[in-house]
Write a protein that binds this ligand. Structure first.
Ligand code: SD4
Length: 336
């Protein structure tokens, strides 16, 4: 299929792989000079634009794809896509309605990264639903990468974000039920679902990514996970590809997971191989107790190839490519 598309693309444009490669190699001068017809041929070949995200978030990927189809860039796409889940009160691990920490406070972590390698992040943010948009403001309107806690909240308010109570009745009820025993034990794929990590490639072949979460339910007050840490919950290198992570953030941080996946792709691994190797780094540690926790990665490379892999069953990614928005079950390590 891809080969047929390539032949069509090459004959259409009178160009070969050379143009395909240079259009997707982040050489701005080349991609600026490319004709619309050449860009279209390369996009057809690689199935661009495309969006991938952790878990089952078709509404979010549809929103991001609508941005891309309208000619928007990948950065706008991932921000808009993530906002859908942040506003969705039913998703109890992102934005409004997120499950709180053990003291009943909903605290959000988010980050965003663009084609230039610029990035912004917020950690331990309270009372602001759209953490991903605050992260983008940190990137664009400050000389910093990361703002935390009260400072992040005050910054958001100064930028026009409205403070609100993020603890919904449903999440409050769940927390009150938890408090009866108050045992903290991350539960594979039940408690730990729905952090949204999203990657997009736009019509120019440029990549951006974002990640947003309320973190682990009933965590210790002040706990920050992998999701807002550039290189752990998210990493994008516009010459190579991008990766996002979900699951037990501590284990992702310890292996700098998303950066690792992108570096493995730089060395020639496919996104699938890179995700598998990064999971291998976690499960093959001599003291790994991987049976008790989940980690999942989703990755994409510059050619529109995607991959996902997790430690345990039931992880999935949502992929919108070539007109189809589908949930794909991830392969996984622990088949015992
Ligand atoms: C964290 N990685 O805070 C996040 C949790 C997560 O779905 O992915 N939940 O550790």
């Amino acid at each position: 299929m891809k080969r047929r598309k390539f032949i069509k693309a090459a004959s259409l444009t009178g160009v070969g792989f050379a143009v395909g490669n240079s259009l997707t190699s982040c050489d701005e001068s080349v991609s600026e000079k490319a004709t619309e017809q050449q860009k279209k041929a390369v996009n057809d070949l690689f199935g661009l634009p495309l969006v991938v995200a952790t878990w089952h978030v078709k509404n979010a990927t549809a929103k991001a794809m609508a941005v891309l189809q309208a000619g928007g860039n990948a950065l706008d796409a991932v921000e808009q896509g993530c906002r859908i889940e942040e506003a969705n009160e039913k998703g109890q691990s992102v934005g409004k309605g997120g499950l709180p920490d053990r003291d009943g406070n909903v605290t959000l972590d988010a980050c965003i990264m663009d084609k230039h390698g610029d990035c912004g992040s917020v950690v331990y943010l309270q009372n602001i639903t759209h953490a991903v948009s605050v992260a983008r403001k940190v990137m664009e309107d400050t000389p910093h990468v990361m703002l935390a806690g009260e400072g992040a909240k005050q910054f958001a308010i100064s930028k026009g974000f409205q403070p609100e109570d993020l603890l919904t009745d449903a999440s409050k009820k769940a927390w009150e039920k938890w408090k009866v025993e108050a045992k903290y034990k991350p539960i594979i794929n039940i408690e730990n679902h729905d952090t949204i990590g999203m990657l997009a490639i736009d019509k120019n072949g440029d990549i951006s990514g974002a990640c947003t979460t309320s973190g682990l339910a009933y965590k210790l007050g002040g706990r920050v996970g992998d999701s807002p840490i550039i290189g752990s919950g998210l990493f994008v290198d516009n010459e190579v590809g991008g990766c996002v992570a979900t699951g037990l953030g501590e284990e992702v941080v310890k292996t700098v997971g998303s950066f690792l996946v992108v570096e493995l792709m730089r060395q020639g691994k496919t996104p699938q191989q890179a995700c598998e190797e990064a999971i291998g780094r976690i499960v093959n540690k001599p003291n790994s107790n991987y049976k008790n926790f989940q980690v999942g990665y989703v990755a994409v490379n510059k050619r529109g190839e995607t991959g996902c892999y997790s430690i345990h069953q039931w992880f999935s990614m949502t992929k919108f490519q070539d007109g189809s928005n589908e949930q794909i079950q991830s392969d996984y390590y622990n088949k015992a």
